[in-house]
Write a protein that binds this ligand. Structure first.
Ligand code: SAH
Length: 477
């Protein structure tokens, strides 16, 4: 078994952990009682067997279980729950029958208030590991959650295959396997995405559309992506195929449009690589318009098929509100919106700023961002294609000194070159939106050379998963 993030986190962490005894004799298949002390950053239960760390998927803090060892590593064990002896009062029945086997449902067996507490604790665990300056006194605010932590995902991106009996299935992989689980229902998806997805599956079956066969690298449709704009109800469907010719496409399009008037955009993306990456380079319009329109905070956003948009539109508004509050702009200030996607953050603050500049590496998203500025009659923003680590130093060299900087990087966090540029430029106002507490904590080690952490506000963008988003407000040291 591969070492996962949580296991690495604990191997390196040397706080709040009993002294480890590494020469414990233990064998795969061995069973012993275990009390779960905490949850790791991936949502697994953590206990200690003779002072050796044990990770148990699905076990919750304070539970007493009989663990069965599945792997023995020098510094930790992994085990499965053989028997649950004393369940946690926070244990609930998952809504999705497959929650324990498919990735992305790690917390469905945990009551929601405890999920929110966990997400704050994940930030704390990451800080304890990297120990950025002053971390013990950071103000970690309680996680902002949802009233109804289900039916929030605006996009279903499902693999499409045939099962042993030749039926079309669409869903997600079983964890650490290539077994696709057909998701007929899904409690976290917006109903509109599942309604269309299941309609597509039924039609593909009826029209006998060829589906991808991973083992032999044959067949046509690999992935179906259904994205709904919550603000308008518009739906976009993308068929990711291995090649351009798509024999039944005309019938498929007609039938889809007749059955689902909400589908305003049907696209085809071609990916003929043997890869786990979803998207190929070429995207074609099959029917309707190439973009759907979302509305966030009263602004209109046109979205290309490949442009990133936060997956939870209800919490996006709250996340951005938190970011804006943390940024605390006054009129006449200049702002950089780094990792801007389709410009959702920058455009939301443009009214309060003198000038906003942003960048993203996906050209389609940048084009969308500039078009979205026009669409909303906003003229003081400008988006560019490129990496944050190249574009920001370029702007600084050209003499653009931003008063405020907001960064919203992917899970890998900030590039070292970019951190150095930030430390040099020292913008007065600085906010970091992170979707990965580990890389956040690591970046904080450097950033705290120049900045104090005022507070960290976690926001639950992905209920039922172990994913955690946080807004960090800095003040200049
Ligand atoms: N702020 C946006 C997007 C955040 S997601 C929103 O709230 O919707 C992170 C974005 O960073 C993605 O759009 C991705 O394309 C972009 N990205 C990834 N690596 C980058 C880099 N090195 N420089 C700039 N943008 C990058």
């Amino acid at each position: 078994m591969k070492t996962n993030q949580s296991q690495k986190q604990y191997q390196h962490s040397n706080n709040h952990r009993p002294r480890q005894q590494r020469d414990v004799k233990v064998e795969i298949g061995q069973r012993f009682p275990l009390t779960i002390k905490r949850m790791g950053i991936n949502g697994e239960g953590i206990g200690y067997f003779k002072r050796k760390l044990v990770f148990v998927k699905g076990a919750l803090p304070n539970e007493v279980i009989v663990a069965e060892v599945t792997d023995v590593k020098p510094r930790f064990l992994t085990a499965k729950m053989h028997r649950l002896k004393i369940p946690s009062p926070d244990r609930v029945k998952p809504r999705d029958s497959y929650a324990e086997e498919v990735g992305g449902f790690e917390l469905e067996h945990l009551a929601y208030p405890a999920q929110l507490a966990f997400k704050r604790d994940v930030v704390l665990q990451s800080l304890e590991k990297y120990q950025p300056k002053g971390y013990r006194s950071y103000n970690l605010k309680p996680t902002i959650g949802m009233d109804n932590p289900y039916e929030y995902r605006n996009k279903a991106q499902f693999q499409v295959r045939r099962d042993e009996s030749g039926h079309v299935i669409a869903g997600l992989y079983q964890e650490r396997s290539h077994h696709l689980v057909d998701l007929a229902t899904c409690s976290v998806q917006m109903p509109a995405t599942m309604h269309v997805m299941r309609g597509i599956v039924a039609l593909m079956e009826e029209l006998d559309v060829s589906t991808y066969d991973e083992k032999h690298g044959t067949g046509l449709v690999r992935t179906v992506v259904v994205r709904v704009a919550a603000g308008t109800g518009e739906v976009q469907v993308v068929f990711v195929t291995t090649e351009a010719p798509f024999p039944q496409k005309n019938t498929l399009i007609k039938r889809l449009q007749a059955a689902f008037p909400e589908i305003v955009s049907i696209m085809q993306n071609i990916n003929n690589e043997k890869t786990s990456l979803i998207w190929g380079e070429e995207t074609r319009l099959l029917a309707g318009k190439p973009k759907i329109r979302e509305v966030l905070n009263g602004l209109q956003f046109n979205l290309s098929a490949r442009a990133f948009l936060q997956l939870n539109p209800y919490q996006t508004v709250r996340l951005y509100d938190e970011a804006l509050k943390a940024l605390d702009l006054s009129a006449n200030e200049t702002v950089i919106d780094a990792y801007s996607g389709v410009g959702t953050i920058g455009l939301s603050i443009a009214h309060a700023a003198k000038e906003v500049r942003g960048m993203d590496i996906i050209k389609d998203a940048v084009d969308d961002a500039n078009e979205n500025a026009k669409l909303n009659g906003i003229s003081n923003v400008h988006y560019e294609t490129g990496t944050a680590e190249s574009v920001i130093p370029k702007w600084l060299a050209e003499g653009f000194k931003p008063d405020a900087l907001i960064v919203d990087p992917p899970r890998t966090g900030l590039d070292d070159g970019l951190i150095n540029a930030i430390l040099d430029a020292k913008p007065k106002k600085f906010v970091y939106i992170s979707c990965n507490p580990s890389t956040l904590a690591k970046d904080l080690v450097k950033l705290t050379q120049q900045y104090h952490v005022d507070y960290i506000q976690s926001v639950d963008m992905m209920p039922q998963t172990a994913r955690c988003e946080a807004v960090v407000k800095f003040t200049r040291a």
